[in-house]
Design a protein around this ligand. Structure first.
Ligand code: TXA
Ligand code: MG
Length: 321
């Protein structure tokens, strides 16, 4: 449990220009005052993140959004009513007071109200908007526990607020509302749920050329373990052909033991074929496999619906070479 004084101390750090890692319902964020250029520069530097990849700005309440955006359209407000607080980030025209460093020079800003009491109390006490990418080194697997954050950064960050494991487990869904509503990243709110509110979304395609991307973070390879990973439709025992190699398996649901003979490590995302449970377990399972000295990981695709789209997206981008 986090004591109130710990939140106060973290908020003080943020106000004083520090960088604080904090839990949200999706993943842990590496937070800094969105209006403090030095603090934001520290976030980019710690993550090893290229300056062309903009940050999501977090506020504790939808009332604060007009301070960040130039235009809060009716459509965006409808989404906010339906999904905030929650795992949805909206890309909107930015207010000129939002620093270019935060938005990587784009005329837009991504905003989100996280569905996590500790996060919202922290932002409220810091009395400013908090820019926060996921608290991992650029391109790697996002952290869903405080230990994951410490494993990424050690002593190099001022403070990690430990709120336990993140219950959603995949990052927010990112939607652009600048022109027609466009899905930039599937995530913790199902695309189907958003389409029920807005109608069909356009879908932006990932690319490896950062200049042609609708969202700079859409590079194909991302969310990747260090161990080479391969994504398959169905795991069958024949996939493990060379007995001298240590191969790990990432499964959606449990299966019979004899099918798994010969694999060096096996992770199961959900005991009951539940995509929300699978999402909550995804990054911790990937990190355990990555720490198991494997030659390779074989990951099985999950059903491509609801949160399954976010899981498959991360697995696909984590397995691009
Ligand atoms: O769940 C989440 O979204 C977590 C927690 C901490 O809130 N944050 C997170 O941040 O995943 P990050 O930086 O790892 O991913 C943000 C994504 C990137 O793909 C980035 O390119 C995109 O959002 N993004 C941010 N601002 C944007 C903008 N103005 N236009 C288009 N894409 C933007
Ligand atoms: Mg990230």
């Amino acid at each position: 449990m986090i004591a109130p004084w710990q939140i106060t101390r973290a908020a003080d750090r943020l106000r004083g220009g520090g960088v604080v890692a904090f839990p949200t319902e999706t993943v842990y964020g590496l937070g800094a005052n969105a209006f403090d250029l030095d603090a934001i520069a520290k976030v980019f530097q710690l993550k090893g993140r290229p300056r062309f990849d903009p940050l999501i700005v977090h506020v504790e309440d939808v009332d604060r959004v007009p301070q960040l955006v130039g235009y809060f359209s009716e459509q965006a407000q409808r989404l906010a009513r339906a999904f905030w607080p929650g795992s949805l980030s909206m890309v909107l025209p930015k207010h000129r007071r939002v620093p270019d460093l935060v938005t990587a020079g784009l005329p837009t800003v991504a905003v989100r109200v996280p569905d996590h009491n500790l996060a919202r109390q922290l932002i409220e006490q810091a009395a400013t908007a908090i820019a926060a990418p996921s608290a991992n080194r650029f391109g790697g697997v996002s952290p869903t526990t405080a230990d994951h954050v410490r494993a990424e950064f050690g002593e190099r960050i001022d403070l990690v607020l430990d709120g336990g494991p993140c219950h959603r487990g995949v990052e927010s869904t990112v939607i652009s509302l600048v022109d027609q509503p466009t899905l930039l990243r599937p995530g913790g709110i199902a695309v189907e749920a958003i389409e029920q509110v807005l109608g069909p979304l356009a879908i932006a395609a990932p690319s490896n050329d950062s200049r042609s991307l609708p969202s700079p973070g859409m590079l194909r390879r991302h969310y990747a373990p260090r161990t080479p990973m391969r994504l398959v439709d169905v795991v069958d025992p024949g996939l493990r052909q060379r007995p001298e190699l240590r191969v790990g398996l990432l499964l959606f649901v449990p299966r019979r033991d004899q099918d798994l003979d010969g694999f060096a490590a096996v992770e199961v995302l959900s005991s009951r074929a539940d995509l929300a449970e699978a999402a909550a377990n995804l990054f911790a399972a990937l990190r355990r496999l990555d720490a198991a000295s494997l030659d390779s990981i074989i990951a099985e695709r999950v059903p491509d619906q609801g949160l399954g789209r976010a899981i498959n997206d991360r697995l696909m981008r984590g397995s691009v070479v």
